[in-house]
Design a protein around this ligand. Structure first.
Ligand code: TXA
Ligand code: MG
Length: 328
């Protein structure tokens, strides 16, 4: 496996059917030619991802995205507004699909998730490659997404051909996912583009998967337990932290760490930026550091304010759910 900044080499590797991990502004993706069923099949085996979990297809422009989907007029209008406002950027848009993608890429669905990422290296890669790049986050299924080339090497180093090193990811959490498949837009995953921005842009509130009218939408990424480190994650209110630490100090065999947007009198602790944007950027790296220090349990205080409160809360909730499901 090679770690490189050679975009030309990465584009050639994709064209030759290889797997290339690459930086985006959200998290690192594990890329393959979206039209090549054999390459896409390797993504699923390397990640240990169950077949049937659709992949996002990354393209270099909104115009190219239109080749991959088959929107109705109404969907095309909403798509145009969103693409104009948020692409390149951390937004994935789900639409009915065309037949360009391999069946495996979309997990057998008749819809497709499309995104134009904002990282300059990713954009250059997509531009040079020319086609669509199917890319889930470059981690083992269910685990924490990688936000640096090092994280990718740690997780998948022996199993992939190339990592295109674009430094640390700026957003640090996976893209927002919006589905335009039904009459009303539906927010499937919170992320760097907020619900408020989207609904202002579309002039209407967004449905959530829990709303009864959206119950029939299949959204495998909504698994309750996902995005989990090895350590058990517990979300704690700032006011309850002292009491919770007092309890934890009784369990001497358990190494407890704190992740909080303020200083705490406990070790080990990670002090996070108080703003949710900075917090999000650091979060996955910190969860990995805690695992590397063999922490058993992480008490996490989420950020209180800022644009990414919903997205950070969503990922922490899923990490905590994985712990309570007994899944590590
Ligand atoms: O920021 C991101 O979105 C990163 C970078 C690499 O772009 N990618 C990413 O991919 O997070 P992944 O596979 O880890 O998560 C993609 C999510 C999955 O939960 C999948 O179920 C959902 O997108 N998805 C993809 N296509 C879909 C579709 N047609 N309908 C519903 N959900 C879809
Ligand atoms: Mg993922």
């Amino acid at each position: 496996m090679i770690v490189s900044t050679d975009v030309g080499l990465a584009a050639e590797s994709l064209a030759a059917g290889k797997l290339v991990a690459f930086a985006t502004e959200t998290v690192y993706g594990l890329g393959a030619d979206a039209s090549n069923p054999v390459s896409v099949g390797r993504i699923f085996s390397v990640k240990g991802r169950p077949l049937g979990h659709p992949l996002i297809v990354h393209v270099s422009s909104a115009a190219t995205a239109l080749d991959w989907c088959a929107p109705t007029e109404h969907q095309a209008e909403m798509f145009a507004v969103l693409a104009e406002s948020f692409w390149p950027g951390p937004l994935t848009i789900i639409l009915p699909r065309s037949d360009l993608a391999a069946e495996q890429t979309v997990g057998g669905l008749d819809t497709i998730g499309l995104r134009v990422p904002a990282h300059p290296m990713a954009l250059e890669l997509l531009d040079r490659f020319g086609g669509g790049v199917a890319a889930p986050s470059a981690n083992k299924f269910g685990k924490v997404s990688p936000t640096s080339a090092c994280h990718v090497v740690d997780d998948l180093g022996s199993e992939i051909d190339l990592v295109l090193d674009g430094g640390d990811c700026q957003v640090g959490l996976e893209s927002t996912i919006i589905s335009l498949v039904n009459d009303r837009p539906l927010l499937l995953r919170a992320g760097g583009v907020t619900r408020q921005h989207l609904s202002r842009c579309l002039n209407q509130p967004l449905l959530s998967p829990s709303d009864s009218t959206s119950a029939s939408v299949r959204a495998p990424g909504m698994l309750r337990s996902h995005y989990a480190p090895n350590a058990e994650v517990e979300i704690v209110n700032a006011e309850n932290l002292d009491a919770r630490l007092e309890q934890a100090s009784q369990q001497t065999a358990t190494k407890v760490a704190v992740v909080a947007p303020f200083e705490v009198a406990h070790s080990p602790a990670w002090v996070m930026p108080s703003d949710s944007t900075g917090y999000a950027q650091r979060l996955y790296g910190v969860l990995r550091e805690a695992d590397n220090e063999n922490v058993h349990q992480i008490l996490v205080i989420p950020p209180a304010e800022g644009d990414l409160v919903e997205a950070v809360g969503d990922r922490l909730g899923k990490a905590a759910a994985a712990s309570s499901d007994g899944e590590t």
